[in-house]
Write a protein that binds this ligand. Structure first.
Ligand code: SF4
Length: 241
């Protein structure tokens, strides 16, 4: 098997799944979300910090076993399922060690090794970009159907899911469409929680460094107050944080 290309590692992650987690951010993503704060992960052949086999990454994770015992490991990105064979094997090994496995994905891949990887996944953090079919391609460069197909698969397989949703002023900060995210969550018993991720501009400097124009120039970060208001609104459908 090819080594996994890993953009970076966070040994004590607290925001990508429950508890303290060993988080590896995989290199490569087929989407181009306008609000992406990690454009340096887009190119699958771009600079990455590590090239490791699943066994080697597991060895790194196990160094923190006592800290992550009640949390687990997470693969994020980029889009981890772009290297789905690696995900499958790494998660299989992690589970053998009794580690909880979480996958942060946009659902852009939903066949072959990607489906097999789900067999070893305890929790999926599914990034619902927007449910507005007109906005989705403009916002992400991808297809809404993939997002939704992944959710169907997770339901069929009974895999716990948290829906994540980035709220961007002027784009996805819209009560009607936010309610649709809540209504979608309510239809799926595997969805245990909705996570509202307020848009921020912390990744802007990376665009400058990469000589890319910043797609959301002039858009202000979502305020704390508005994020809280949205969380309360969507709590009518599922627990929301
Ligand atoms: S899916 Fe994630 S990594 Fe890929 S472009 Fe969108 S925000 Fe960035």
């Amino acid at each position: 098997m090819k080594k996994g290309r890993i953009h970076s590692i966070e040994s004590f992650g607290t925001v990508d799944g429950p508890g303290i987690r060993f988080v590896a951010f995989m290199q490569g993503c087929p989407l181009r979300c306008q609000y992406c704060h990690n454009p340096d992960t887009w190119d699958p052949n771009g600079n990455c910090q590590y090239e490791l086999t699943p066994e080697e990454l597991l060895r790194q994770a196990l160094r923190y076993r006592s800290y992550i015992a009640t949390g687990g490991v997470t693969l994020s990105g980029g889009e981890p399922l772009m290297q789905s064979e690696f995900v499958k094997e790494y998660f299989r090994l992690c589970r053998q060690e009794g580690l909880h496995t979480a996958l942060d994905t946009s659902g852009a891949y939903c066949s072959g090794h990607a489906l097999e990887a789900l067999e070893h996944t305890d929790l999926v953090l599914l990034d619902i970009k927007t449910l507005n079919p007109d906005l989705y391609p403009k916002l992400t460069g991808g297809k809404l159907e993939n997002n939704l197909r992944m959710l169907d698969v997770l339901q069929e397989r009974g895999i716990d899911t948290w829906l994540r949703h980035v709220v961007v002023p002027g784009l996805t900060d819209n009560d009607e469409w936010l309610d649709k995210v809540g209504q979608l969550a309510a239809q799926f018993s595997v969805v245990k929680k909705i996570e509202i991720l307020p848009y921020h501009t912390l990744g802007k400097f990376k665009y400058e460094k990469m000589n890319l124009s910043y797609p959301l120039e002039g858009v202000e970060p979502l305020s704390r107050e508005r994020a809280q208001e949205i969380r309360e609104r969507l709590s009518a459908y599922k627990p929301c944080s």
